[in-house]
Ligand binder design. Structure first.
Ligand code: IDP
Ligand code: MG
Length: 159
């Protein structure tokens, strides 16, 4: 089953909307495979935002990501990477559509409440970056057969 990584950013935690964000993913039917709070070091941030470290706004981004802890969450489901990116919305929250997390909870291009992996390859790298062995969980979910159709269950769960 496909997995993806989200980070609930410090601005969302400060604003008390962490639970609302987790609830959106739960309601959608994405399974939580791992969940933890952590403080991001300079090293992990520079690695995570390697594509942005040379950009003029990086010092602001770094400060905002170290303003407090983040919540790292590994979500699992059929085509989870693409589905979660759609739920999160585009980078600039002012342009993100209503109904998306950024569109509903933020006015900012920087303080945009949540990070989500942008490809299946990056999701694997990012999950390994934020979760150690033993911090991710495989468990049976009783409602899978009500969340997915028969054909999908076979395709994505192999049973
Ligand atoms: P994404 O989070 O939608 O994948 P990226 O381009 O990977 O967008 O950028 C990572 C994060 O860097 C964004 O979520 C946002 O917090 C910040 N960021 C991106 N572009 C800008 C910018 O032009 N100004 C300020 N912050 C930015
Ligand atoms: Mg990105």
């Amino acid at each position: 089953m496909e997995r993806t990584l989200i980070l609930i950013k410090p601005n969302a935690i400060q604003r008390g909307i962490m639970g609302d964000i987790v609830t959106r993913f739960e309601r959608k039917g994405l399974r939580i495979a791992g969940l933890k709070m952590m403080f991001l070091t300079d090293e992990i941030l520079a690695e995570h935002y390697a594509h942005l470290v040379q950009r003029p706004f990086y010092p602001y981004l770094k400060a905002s990501m170290q303003a407090g802890p983040v919540v790292a969450c590994c979500l699992e489901g059929a085509e989870a990477v693409e589905t979660v990116r759609q739920m999160v919305g585009v980078t600039n929250s002012r342009k993100a559509l209503p109904g998306t997390i950024r569109g509903d909870f933020s006015m900012s291009g920087e303080q945009n409440v949540v990070h989500a992996s942008d490809s299946v390859e990056n999701a694997i790298i990012e999950i390994n970056r934020f979760f150690k062995e033993g911090e991710l969980f495989d468990y049976e979910c009783a409602v899978t057969h009500f969340e997915y159709g028969g054909e999908e269950t076979l395709k994505y769960f192999g049973k």
